[in-house]
Design a protein around this ligand. Structure first.
Ligand code: FAD
Ligand code: SF4
Length: 334
């Protein structure tokens, strides 16, 4: 009898889960709430640490799972013992469910003191990816930026917005974009304001070195406490250089907020199912973080990708492979 497997979310982790299940002879169905598969990868321009165009990775993933059934424009509302409930009011039965519903981006407007959506030239790293994809990075009125500041840890490691975790991939994203903008505007000065630089990943530390030595990016240890707008629509920032213990004021043309990953919005509803547990961060908790990272407390519910924690693409995709293997093992044993 054909086994039914549902994958919730058609991002990189869900797509790889589908590809690996197909390799194992299982034809899954992906249910994706947006109108296209690809998840956040659709929004990225070039990927750290190799500067590979994101669309190349996306095309590879799409190619490997093209025989899977995909339903777009439909969200999974809840997970039950024998299947899922969908946003159109219907239910779908399944022998196994893989939750690959990913993460949300922190809403930078919640840090009101930084002026996102209030001042013209305050952006997020996601806005910059969109501008890079559109082929034009510029100030709101089209001027070329001469001085650019990036601020790390926006919406991560921050008790005030109830996000205590480190989002893991945003230091390297900020360093990557600093290098891209410096290459685009060689005359500009680029500053990164950080609490700690966390560059754990293959090639990440090397990128950080290149950013300093070859690109002359300035790294300032300190947090920007406040932003305000000048009469000519530039952004004045107040910070403290904690290495020399001095307050600092600076006017920049663009302030770019390096936004972190928050738990996916569906997690709370999914956790209404007994055995699907949440961590204090709101990400779902694997059955065991060492040996059963892609398993839940329910035998036929599995996890892949950033639904359990912030991860880079390679890690998220690898979990798709692991989750598919766990699903196949479970189905064979039934
Ligand atoms: C600014 C930024 C830049 C980054 N750049 C890089 C990079 O250069 N290199 C790198 O290695 N990593 C990068 N990353 C990390 C990378 O984006 C993630 O590792 C990857 O997107 C995780 O894939 P995922 O499938 O787990 O989640 P997602 O990409 O979030 O995909 C989840 C999918 O599930 C869908 N979904 C959610 N809820 C439901 C539901 N209830 N029902 C149905 N569908 C649902 C969503 O619509 C989405 O399509 C970056 C992250 C950020 C924040
Ligand atoms: S990866 Fe860097 S920017 Fe992101 S939360 Fe951790 S320390 Fe902050």
């Amino acid at each position: 009898m054909t086994k039914k497997v549902i994958i919730i979310g058609g991002g990189p982790a869900g797509m790889q889960t589908a590809a690996s299940l197909l390799d194992l002879g299982i034809k899954p169905v992906i249910i994706e709430k947006s109108d296209r598969i690809g998840g956040k990868l659709n929004d990225w321009h070039q990927l750290f640490p190799t500067f590979t165009p994101a669309h190349e990775v996306l095309a590879k993933l799409k190619g490997s799972m093209k025989d899977a059934r995909v339903i777009t424009g439909t969200a999974v509302e809840s997970i039950g013992k024998d299947g899922v409930s969908l946003s159109d009011g219907s239910t779908m039965e399944a022998d196994a469910v893989v939750v690959a519903s990913g993460f949300n981006l922190f809403r930078a407007e919640l840090k009101e003191e930084l002026g996102y959506t209030i001042y013209d030239n305050v952006y997020t790293t996601v806005d910059i990816e969109h501008m890079l994809n559109d082929g034009k990075v510029a100030m709101k009125d089209g001027r070329t930026p001469q001085r650019i500041a990036f601020l790390h840890c926006v919406g991560s490691r921050d008790e005030k917005v109830n996000q205590r975790h480190c989002s893991k991939v945003c230091c390297v994203t900020g360093v990557k974009q600093a290098m891209e903008l410096k290459a685009m505007f060689p005359q500009s000065e680029v500053y990164n304001f950080y609490m700690d630089i966390r560059m754990f990943g293959p090639g990440y530390e090397e990128m950080y070195r290149r950013a300093q030595e070859e690109f002359n990016i300035h790294f300032v240890r300190g947090r920007i406490s406040e932003a305000s707008e000048t009469i000519d629509r530039r952004v004045q920032i107040k910070a403290e250089d904690t290495l020399i213990g001095r307050p600092l004021k600076m006017t920049v043309d663009m302030l770019i907020l390096i936004v972190g990953m928050t738990a996916g919005e569906s997690n709370r509803r999914f956790a209404e199912t007994k055995g699907v547990e949440l961590q204090p961060s709101g990400f779902v908790a694997p059955a065991d973080s060492f040996t059963l990272n892609t398993c839940s407390g329910v035998p036929n519910i599995f996890y892949a990708g950033t639904v359990t924690a912030p991860k880079n693409l390679g890690e998220s995709i690898n979990e798709g492979v692991a989750a598919a293997q766990q699903v196949a093992r479970y189905l064979n044993r039934r």
